[in-house]
Design a binder for this molecule. Sequence first.
Ligand code: NAD
Ligand code: UDP
Length: 320
Amino acid sequence: MGPRHVIVAGGAGFLGSHLCDRLVQAGHRVRVLDNFCTGSPSNVEHLRRHPRFSLTVHDVIDPMSLDADGIFNFACPASPEHYQRDPVHTTLSSAVGVRNMLEQARRCGARLFQSSTSEIYGDPEVHPQVESYRGHVNILGPRACYDEGKRCAETLCFAYHRQYGVPVRIARIFNTYGPRMQPGDGRVVSNFIVQALRGEDITIYGEGQQTRSFCYVDDLIEGILRLMDAGVEGPLNLGNPCESTVLELAEQVLRLTGSHSRLVHKPLPADDPKRRCPDIGRAKQLLGGWQPAVALEDGLSETVDYFRRRLGLAAPVVPV
Ligand code: NAD
Ligand code: UDP
């Protein structure tokens, strides 16, 4: 895409702020809309004085009327702890939020990128997950506000595409981590690193045998930018197919931080998916060979460094 006016809803969050960096660098004019419910102005503080960047406090549940050539929608809390705090607002952020943005895209002929999620597969019975799998979601469970909101958002994207010809791009994003996650975010990578650095107990939910596949943020953002520019119909999985158990992740974080924190077990939350791993064959084929390049160990090291700075902790002195 040549230089454009781009809206990034949820751009003060973890993923959105990294995308803003790349868009501003590429010469685009970027307008962030965010209600700061889980994001923070500090994530985009370094862009605040940039002439092609602006930040507006706005809840996407409320209609908006702004001109844009492209809209990236990240506006929804992403951590189970956060999205279950106000399940009504979470459901509406996805469903009504995307409706408002699709209306806007329709009005000004913009392309819309929707951040969907691996959670639309629920607790999957197909492994690894392919895009054609329709999922296994408990529609009444505590995660449904997020899962069903995101499923409805995908449905609306395709309804607007079919009915009004709005160009849409949908990424089903799998667990992504990296700098700018909030220390109190509640997700597993941030929890484990913060606990390890503070010497607190590492909280393993259940036995820790459940799996996730962790993608470093730079790899994901590269995939998102390629997808927005590509002529891809239908949703694409974006994530790193290297699968680890939660216990393996905890052990790796202990190794990288040199922490003596103990591993303690807490109850497994309801409907916690047992296995999750993306099949990225379609993304690789349609996005010019895109695939994650950052190994878990390297991405975790970067993230540990970030949290050390964020928590005001000095790096340990390595004996010579
Ligand atoms: P995040 O919580 O850091 O970012 C979400 C941003 O959206 C925050 O800045 C928040 O303040 C804002 N927001 C939430 N509701 C809003 C509303 N109603 N109006 C305006 N702003 C609102 O989380 P993230 O990890 O950056 O996730 C961004 C998007 O990517 C989310 O939509 C999430 O569902 C999706 N996603 C993320 C992951 C991941 O692993 N990080 C995985 C799958 C999907
Ligand atoms: N988890 C954990 N300890 C924590 C936070 C999470 O064991 O302190 C587990 C959680 O039960 C899940 C996995 O780690 O099995 C990933 O959780 P996260 O909230 O990061 O993402 P999601 O469940 O949405 O994939």
